[in-house]
Every structure is written in C-alpha cells, then in structure tokens.
Design a protein around this ligand. Structure first.
Ligand SMILES: [Zn+2]
Ligand SMILES: [Zn+2]
Length: 198
C-alpha cells in the first residue's frame, strides 16, 4: 500500500519545494532528510507534516511519522524518533565560513609581502563581510540529536524553540547511539534479538 505522496521520494533537489505552494505555517513545506537505520541510505521527503510514513529510497524500509510531532506553530519534536531534543545550525558546511576567512587571510598575506597594505586590508575586510553576509542569508536547518534527521522549511524552528548545538546533550545521544550499535552487533553475533542482550 503506497500512497501517491510516497512516489516523489526519488532523487530530488532539496530546494525544489521552496517554489511549490505554502504550508499551514505560511511558507514552504517542511522537508526531512534522514538516514535509513537499516541500509544507511540518505533520503528526502516533503512535505513531512502531512505524511504518514517516510520510505527509504534504498531498501524501501518505511518509518512511521508521528503526527503529534507537529503543533499549530510547527515542529515540536522529531517525527521519526520522538525526541524533543533538536538543535539548529546554519544550513551550509561547518567549515565554509572558516575557509572564506582563511582564503582572505592568505590573499592578504601576498599583498603584504609585496608591500601593498591597502589591498591587503581591503581583502581582509571583504572576506569578513562575505562571511557575515553568508551567515545572514543562509537559513537554519533543524537537526535531531537522536537520529540526526534534518528539517528544512517554514515551521522547522517555530518561535526559535530549538537552540544551537549543546555539547552535553549531543554527548548523551552519541553514547546512546554507540550503545544501540553495540546491542545490534551483539544481537547479530548471537543471532538473538537485542532485547535479550545486556
Ligand atoms: Zn534503507
Ligand atoms: Zn530524530
């Protein structure tokens, strides 16, 4: 039994849905990017707020979308792993901002070497401005501490509910993932179910 909304799970451009209608929170539909716990394949699904299940495009494994994860204002918790612990970060590679500053610094050094202080300072200023501009233009992405699923679109961080990454919470969930992996490995070795483990 496959609903029509599942048919667009194929290769999609993450920005595609920004052009397609509005959701109930007055913007682009919420999109989830998730990793399949069975085969590790990364899939997208949009809109997540009206879906009953999401399906892996690798192995077809289906995961339930808990409808109580959405409030009137948007996302309340992770619909795939039911935790309220989510964090926000800028939706671009973590090192990109740093790379811009370092590149600016490198070019500036060359100008200093040739005794050209004005362009040297100009390049530094420009790279700092580019970094700031990038920070303001690029939207946030909301990420689940437990399953690392990513949520994009209007309603992904209502009323700035979710905060930037917290090391203590992140560590707790990292330990949890390690533990789950261990139980899985043990279960695979003994051929029993994880519940019979430690
Ligand atoms: Zn899969
Ligand atoms: Zn989750």
């Amino acid at each position: 039994m496959v609903s029509t909304s599942l048919n667009d799970l194929a290769e999609i451009d993450p920005n595609r849905d920004l052009l397609r209608g509005e959701n109930e929170w007055g913007g682009c539909p919420l999109e989830v990017t998730f990793e399949c716990p069975k085969c590790g394949q990364v899939s997208h699904h949009s809109p997540i707020e009206t879906a009953a299940v999401v399906r892996c495009r690798g192995c077809g494994n289906e995961r339930e979308v808990r409808s109580d994860s959405f409030g009137e204002e948007g996302l309340r918790k992770c619909p795939l792993s039911a935790t309220e612990d989510l964090y926000v970060q800028k939706d671009f590679p973590q090192g990109l901002g740093l790379a811009i500053v370092i590149a600016g610094f490198a070019v500036s050094t060359v100008f200093w070497y040739y005794d050209r202080p004005v362009p040297a300072l100009g390049v530094l200023l420009l790279s700092a401005l580019a970094d700031m501009a990038l920070f303001h233009i690029v939207p946030d992405v909301t990420i689940c501490y437990r399953c690392l699923s990513q949520y994009r679109g209007v309603g992904s961080n209502p009323e700035k509910r979710f905060k930037p990454f917290d090391l203590a919470i992140g560590e707790r969930y990292r330990q949890e993932r390690i533990r789950v992996e261990q139980l899985r490995a043990e279960a695979a070795k003994t051929g029993s179910t994880p519940s019979s483990g430690a």
